[in-house]
Design a protein around this ligand. Structure first.
Ligand code: NAD
Length: 304
């Protein structure tokens, strides 16, 4: 299959690319390298460094003639979305619509959209949140990602199936350890360097962590399904930030206590997503044990 992937040089996108190449698919990556890195990419993947919002995308897509578009690129920072909502909306909504348009003009047969589950449902009415939970984003990022999902559902003709993967908290190698998100990478870098580790609030907030390789596998399954689908990709297993700290401190031999700071605005206390639909529709389940995923992440942080 020929797959044009936006954001393929980023954290999640590059793992999706690896999996596609391993499967024998032909891959064209469109990425402006704003947060992604060419070094994340397998050299067999062709990279076009381009803002996906630019008019040239249509020509690039027509020339490559993909069977599928996987739209992974985004302004993926909640903090940036709150301080610069115009930039967030321009990337996540307007440029996303340009990707849709390019796909349509290039005659794609399907469209995959990687989006957030964690920032979509808001403060939960019940846990774990399934796909029918009310959508109540509490950040501009959650709103922009949701808006494009709705646009795609309205705009795509029925003969072009739309596969929406709503991700929980993803972790693994290549996640930026110096950003404001990606708690596992941040803890890993700080513990390895024996620097102070900060926890926002009391640390009893829970998150649902999925290893990035499991996301790439879910993407591959979605690509090979014939139908439109909207599924959470999650572990369905809550882990508190304190418990995560303990696990990682043990694994790294980190000798210090965590330092607790004030809670962050917009942080949801408990986030756990149901994955029953992904199991039923895709035959997917998370396969990477937390201990293995943590070790792979720590090894990568040590080597980078
Ligand atoms: N990391 C997570 O835990 C998580 C959770 C839920 C959803 N997601 C979603 O997964 C996707 C990938 O996120 P990530 O964590 O890998 O972040 P990332 O920042 O590593 O990847 C985003 C990629 O998009 C590229 N990009 C951004 N704007 C672009 C533009 N205008 N034109 C072309 N390329 C552009 C960046 O250079 C980068 O390579 C995003 O859609 C994000 O919303 C991530």
């Amino acid at each position: 299959m020929r797959v044009l992937i936006t954001g393929g040089a980023g954290f999640i996108g590059s793992h999706i690319v690896d999996r596609l190449l391993a499967n024998g698919d032909e891959v064209l990556v469109v990425d402006d390298l704003s947060t992604g890195k060419a070094a994340n990419l397998d050299p067999r993947a062709e990279l076009v460094q381009l803002d996906m919002g630019s008019a040239r995308l249509i020509e690039v897509a027509r020339d490559f003639a993909p069977d599928a578009i996987s739209h992974v690129a985004a302004q993926a920072s909640v903090a940036v979305s709150m301080t610069d909502p115009v930039r967030d909306a321009n990337t996540n909504i307007v440029a996303g619509l340009n990707v849709y348009k390019a796909g349509l003009e290039a005659g794609v047969k399907q469209f995959v959209y990687i989006t957030t589950g964690g920032a979509l449902y808001g403060t939960p009415d019940y846990l774990p949140c399934d796909e029918k939970h009310p959508i109540r984003p509490e950040s501009a990022y959650g709103l922009s990602k949701w808006t494009l999902e709705q646009y795609l559902k309205i705009l795509l003709p029925p003969e072009i199936p739309l596969k929406v993967l709503r991700l929980a908290n993803i972790y693994g190698p290549r996640q930026d350890p110096y950003g404001e998100a990606g708690v596992i990478s941040i803890f890993a870098a700080r513990m390895i360097a024996e620097e102070p580790v900060y926890i926002f609030g009391d640390g009893e907030q829970t998150r649902d962590f999925v290893y990035v390789g499991d996301v790439a596998r879910a993407h591959g399954l979605a690509l090979r399904s014939d139908e439109s689908l909207t599924v959470n990709i999650s572990s369905e297993t809550p882990l508190s930030v304190n418990a995560l700290f303990e696990l990682m401190a043990e694994e790294t031999g980190y000798p210090h206590e965590a330092i607790h700071q004030e809670e962050r605005r917009g942080d949801i206390k408990h986030s756990v997503l149901a994955n029953g639909r992904a199991r039923a529709v895709l035959g997917w389940e998370p396969q990477t044990a937390m201990s293995d995923g943590l070790r792979a992440t720590l090894d990568w942080v040590r080597g980078s």
